[in-house]
Ligand binder design. Structure first.
Ligand SMILES: Nc1ncnc2c1ncn2[C@@H]1O[C@H](COP(=O)(O)OP(=O)(O)OP(=O)(O)O)[C@@H](O)[C@H]1O
Length: 251
């Protein structure tokens, strides 16, 4: 599906955000993503990528500027309400309950839904994630890294979000598993879910993305189609030479 001509699904205007009021980390970001797009957020260590998506999700204080989900201003909407409005966020860590079963993880996430919709939605998710469906009583802590991420994604999808944001879902995974996780994300995107993905795994992420944006020191410094970005000299200068992922892109 091409997102050209689709309405804007999520946007930020001059977003300034950070953990302490006098210390902005995100320093005025204008960002937008169209419905159905898959956009990756790249940038050097400490650029503010995680802070940016956490601020959008309502988990880091916004100092000024605004965030919109479609036309709705969600800047001041608390994180749990944003989920109800269709904005789901998968944090990098602590995104599942390791001591609970797969099924209980999904049941807990489903609490946000009206009672009568819960079991139908969980059945839909099991259909989408057969690896989880095959052993619902397994403790989530016993899952492999990739399967844990899939459980975290399944939990986020409970509300049938219009926009799904993921903070480095590939962290700590082997290249083979990264490619499985990314294929699944692409498949989810192809069902119409708009996806924003913070990634350090540049090559694999560019392969599934429509577009990439590059944050440097809290500012959106560059953006472009994923297909051409890896060859872009500005990108190479700003980012690809700046960290170990340069190897992955060059290979
Ligand atoms: N909980 C926190 N409290 C205070 N400062 C933080 C916190 N988390 C991150 N920071 C600071 O915010 C800045 C940006 O960090 P952030 O994690 O957003 O960057 P990033 O681009 O996602 O980096 P990485 O690629 O290393 O994950 C860093 O200087 C970091 O030290």
């Amino acid at each position: 599906m091409t997102a050209t001509g689709q309405p804007v699904a999520l946007s930020t205007k001059a977003l300034v955000a950070g953990y302490e009021r006098d210390l902005p980390i995100v320093r005025g970001v204008d960002f937008s993503i169209r419905s159905g797009e898959l956009v990756i957020v790249l940038g050097p260590n400490g650029a503010g990528k995680s802070t940016f998506v956490k601020a959008v999700a309502g988990l880091v204080p916004i100092h000024s500027g605004a965030t919109f989900l479609g036309d709705r201003d969600i800047t001041s909407v608390p994180a749990h309400e944003k989920i109800r409005h269709g904005l789901a966020f998968v944090p990098q860590t602590e995104n599942i309950f390791a001591t609970l079963s797969i099924n209980d993880n999904l049941l807990l996430a489903a609490n946000i839904l009206p009672k009568e919709k819960r079991s139908r939605r969980i059945a839909d998710l099991y259909a989408m994630f057969p690896d989880l469906a095959s052993r619902p009583s397994l403790r989530a802590g016993q899952l492999s890294g990739g399967q844990r991420q899939m459980l975290a994604v399944a939990r986020a999808l409970i509300v049938e979000p219009s926009v799904l944001i993921l903070d480095e879902p590939s962290a700590g995974l082997s290249p083979k598993i990264v490619s499985e996780v990314f294929s699944k994300l692409k498949a989810i995107n192809e069902t119409g879910v708009t996806i924003i993905l913070v990634e350090q795994n540049v090559k694999a992420a560019l392969a599934i993305a429509d577009r990439a944006v590059i944050l440097v020191e809290g500012l959106l410094r560059h953006e472009g189609p994923a297909a051409t970005l890896a060859d872009d000299p500005i990108v190479a200068e700003l980012y690809l030479g700046a960290r170990h992922q340069s190897k992955a892109v060059a290979s």
